[in-house]
Ligand binder design. Structure first.
Ligand code: AFP
Length: 326
């Protein structure tokens, strides 16, 4: 018989090779339990009447919760019970969530159900997370960490059963779920250098609201690369990691209704942009914001801060960064 290497084995050996504690394993176990539980709800939610409108009542006469609220509650439960988390930041909670402020070691930033408009279609959504570590040597400096200080970042693409995790200076790895619901078969992701498979991913409907220079750049490239867009960052970025190219959510600066401009972009820095930027860097790529500055260098001023995002193959990101900086 042949057995694939499990995620837990992979991460255990990684921790041992680097003389690290097992606390990180406990945290990863909590995140994986949450992801499996969310996937279960996603797959059975319609049957249980839980995918309806929040505030309505389901067939069992229970109040219907939004799927993203369910995913948030599940994740909070597992993170809290791990006993390893100091503070968590969730897309679904305005305030920072205090957990184990004395014994915890990690800060976790997450979006438990990103791309929720895909839910009612049964199409992929993401559970994205970034992890930073308590300052064990000096005074604690709080949860607002730049992406370059994350120790790990990852995403589950639900309900496809794929999980991608980047470990600082140790690469980006993809796992898939097996018949026993274990994540197995670590596969190192490196962005392909050959541009044959590269793709561009952005919301085409927004194209004429981008800055002129971004529009010009797209016009130069559009015949060269295939174009894909699912509307869920984790799923769109999943393709870019495999095929190369670039995902972008530029700033909206030319909307016909100026009040609809989004000068800071749409995506959230701490649990969307920095997460994929971290995974991308570990796979040999890069990510910048609307000024052409590195996403991983941005020091957040608040946990729900937004940023424009250009992430993917280094060549394309360097090219757009130069244009944005000029
Ligand atoms: P929702 O979770 O509100 O659907 O937003 C998803 C998302 O943050 C990200 O996953 C997508 O890449 C992006 O927004 C899609 O935004 P548009 O619908 O504006 O293209």
């Amino acid at each position: 018989m042949y057995f694939e290497e499990t995620f837990m084995n992979f991460i255990l050996h990684h921790q041992e090779r680097h003389n690290r504690t097992y606390h990180f394993l406990t945290l990863m176990d909590a995140l994986i339990s949450a992801a499996k539980h969310i996937q279960h709800y996603y797959l059975t939610g319609a049957l249980k009447g839980n995918l309806g409108l929040a505030g309505t009542v389901n067939v069992q006469g229970e109040d219907v919760m939004r799927m993203d609220q369910i995913a948030h509650d599940i994740t909070i439960h597992y993170l809290k019970s791990s006993g390893r988390v100091i503070h968590a930041v969730s897309e679904e909670a305005e305030e920072v969530i205090e957990m184990d402020t004395k014994g915890g070691r990690y800060f976790v930033y997450f979006d438990p159900l990103d791309g929720s408009s895909n839910v009612s279609h049964g199409l992929p959504v993401g559970f994205l997370f970034g992890i930073a570590k308590r300052n064990l040597d000096g005074p604690e400096d709080g949860h607002l960490r730049a992406g370059k200080e994350y120790i790990a970042a990852g995403m589950f693409v639900i309900p496809t059963g794929t999980f991608t995790l980047a470990l600082r200076e140790s690469g980006t790895w993809r796992f898939q779920i097996d018949e026993t619901m274990s994540f197995v078969k670590p596969f190192r992701m490196i962005l392909p250098e050959n541009s044959k498979t590269w793709e561009l991913s952005f919301n085409e409907a927004n194209r004429y609201t981008f800055s002129e220079r971004v529009q010009d750049w797209i016009a130069q490239k559009e015949r060269k690369y295939a174009f894909r867009y699912l509307g869920a960052l984790a799923a769109d970025f999943h393709r870019i990691l495999s095929n190369g190219g670039m995902f972008m959510y530029p700033a909206i600066v030319n909307h016909p209704k100026p009040e609809k401009n989004r000068l800071q972009g749409k995506l959230r820095l701490m649990y969307e942009s920095a997460v994929v930027a971290f995974m991308c860097r570990e796979a040999g790529g890069d990510a910048v914001d609307e000024t052409g500055a590195s996403i991983l260098e941005i020091q957040p001023e608040n946990q729900h801060q937004r940023t424009a995002l250009y992430v993917g193959s280094k060549l394309l990101v360097d090219e757009i960064a130069q244009i944005l900086q000029s």
